[in-house]
Design a protein around this ligand. Structure first.
Ligand SMILES: Cc1cc2nc3c(=O)[nH]c(=O)nc-3n(C[C@H](O)[C@H](O)[C@H](O)COP(=O)(O)O)c2cc1C
Length: 186
């Protein structure tokens, strides 16, 4: 699969990084866009540098380059995921105000009726966030908040990260064994 990953400036850059690692290990073609704020957050929240994160992708695009291939509907991506998605990037996509390549790619995926997964990261949520998510749902995006579950008995932060990344892979129809699936109560 050819999948574009956007990492925007919300807490939880590690979700996007882990997704890139898993897709690289599984042999998928990934394209990466990192926002300027995400670069700062990667450095602050993780053991990675932005440069190291970029080595996990098959190709990297400049956040400001509106002439890059993903900006066009004629560029054949199978899916895109913004992981994590800040409320600012989410708002820009929800309202079609896309002045950078990450937002433009999401806009293109929506207009082409392609799979676009948004992993919103904020809490608590205000009405503006909720309304923007509603717009995106109605426009065809998959909203996948990084909400931990406990039915797979997470023992550490990695288990919690893998659960959300596994849920993203489920939406992409990519097989994985990142978490134990719910087997029922009996
Ligand atoms: C350390 C740090 C953590 C942040 N976490 C979040 C967050 O979880 N969610 C969010 O919507 N914004 C968060 N922000 C604010 C965004 O970075 C800010 O709105 C920025 O303009 C987003 O730009 P971008 O979406 O283009 O990356 C955070 C900022 C910093 C410095």
């Amino acid at each position: 699969m050819k999948i574009l990953i956007g990492i925007s400036g919300a807490s939880g850059a590690i979700y996007g990084i882990r997704l890139l690692q898993v897709l690289q290990e599984a042999g998928h073609h990934t394209e990466l866009i990192v926002s300027p704020w995400a670069e700062k957050i990667i450095a602050q929240e993780t053991d990675y540098t932005p440069e190291k994160v970029k080595t996990l992708a098959s190709a990297v695009h400049d956040y400001h380059d509106m002439s890059a291939p993903p900006a066009s509907g004629s560029n054949k991506l199978d899916a895109a995921a913004i992981v994590p998605c800040s409320m600012k990037t989410l708002a820009s996509i929800a309202h079609g105000y896309v002045d950078n390549l990450m937002g433009r790619t999401a806009d293109v995926m929506l207009k082409e009726r392609k799979k676009i997964i948004i992993v919103p990261r904020e809490t608590p949520l205000n009405l503006i966030h909720i309304e923007n998510m509603r717009h995106l749902l109605l426009a065809g995006a998959v909203l996948l908040p990084p909400m931990p579950s406990f039915y797979h008995y997470p023992e550490n932060i990695d288990d919690i990260i893998n659960h959300t990344v596994g849920k993203i892979l489920d939406v992409l129809n990519i097989e994985h064994e990142l978490f134990l699936r719910w087997r029922g109560l009996n």
